[in-house]
Design a protein around this ligand. Sequence first.
Ligand code: HEC
Ligand code: HEC
Length: 222
Amino acid sequence: MYFLITTLLLGWLIWASPVLADSTLPEKQGCSSCHRFSAEESPESHKAPDLFYAGNKFQKSWLEKFLQTPVVVRKAGTSTDPDFLKASSTPAPPHPTLSGKEALAMVDYLMSLSMPGLAKGNVDDAPLSKGNKVRIKILFERNYGCIACHEGINLAGQARGGISGPSLANAGNRLTADWVFNWLKTPKKFIARGRMPFYNLDDESAIKLTKYIMSLKIGDWN
Ligand code: HEC
Ligand code: HEC
C-alpha cells in the first residue's frame, strides 16, 4: 500500500514539475561572450543588447524566429558598444543561428528571465482607431521626433526613419506592450547610460506611444 502511494506521489511530482529552463545554455552556445544574462555581470565586457529581462521584453514567437533566422534590428550597431556610431557604415556581423530544437530550448530559458518590480502598463490591445493612429503618428514623428532615431512604417507599409536607435518597424511582432511602456517611463531601469533622450512622459502619453509602437508590424518579415 505504502509502495503504491509512494509510486503515485513520485509519478505526480515528476509529471507536475515544470520543465526547468536550462541556465547553462548561454554558456554552452557561446552567447554569454556578447550578451548579459544577469544584471550582475559587467556591462563593459558585453557589447550586445542585454537579455536578462528577455522574458519581459520579447514575444516568444519573435525570439523563436530570430534565433533561427536572425534579422538586423540595429542597422548602425548596438548603442552599448563603445564603437557605436564611429563605425556606423559597418553593418552588424551576421548573428549566430540555432537549429529549431536548440532555438526552442533557448527560448524557454530566455522567457524565464525577468526583472522584478516592473509597472503594469495597462495597455489594452484594442486596435487604435484610424484617427488616433494618425494623431499619435504625428507625436512620434514631429512632436517628439522619435523617427529621427527609429524606423517606423510609412503609408506604403515600408520601414522608414533613422537608424541610430533599434528599428521599431516590426515592434508589434517583436516587443510586449508592458515592456515598451516600462521602457518609455523608466529607461534607466534597463540601461544605465542610454542614448535616448528622456521624455518624462505621463502615463497617458506613454500608453498612446506604446499602442502606436505595438501597431507597427511588417507582415512578411522573415
Ligand atoms: C558575437 C556576438 C554575439 C553572440 C555570440 C550572440 N549574439 Fe545575440 N546579438 C548580438 C548583437 C550585436 C545583437 C543586436 C543585433 C541587432 O540589433 O541587429 C544581438 C541580438 C540578439 C537578440 C535580440 C536582442 C534585441 O534586443 O533585439 C537576441 C534575443 C539574441 N541576440 C540572442 C542570442 C543568443 C541566444 C545567442 C547564443 C546562441 C547569441 N545571441 C549570441 C551579438 C551576439
Ligand atoms: C536621439 C535618438 C533617439 C530618439 C529621438 C528616440 N530614441 Fe528611442 N532609442 C534610442 C536608442 C539609441 C535606443 C537604444 C537604447 C539606448 O542606447 O538608450 C532606443 C531605444 C528605444 C526603445 C527600445 C527598443 C529596443 O528594441 O530595445 C523604444 C521602444 C524606443 N526607443 C522608443 C522611442 C520613442 C517612442 C521615442 C520618441 C518619444 C524615441 N524612442 C526617441 C534613440 C532615440
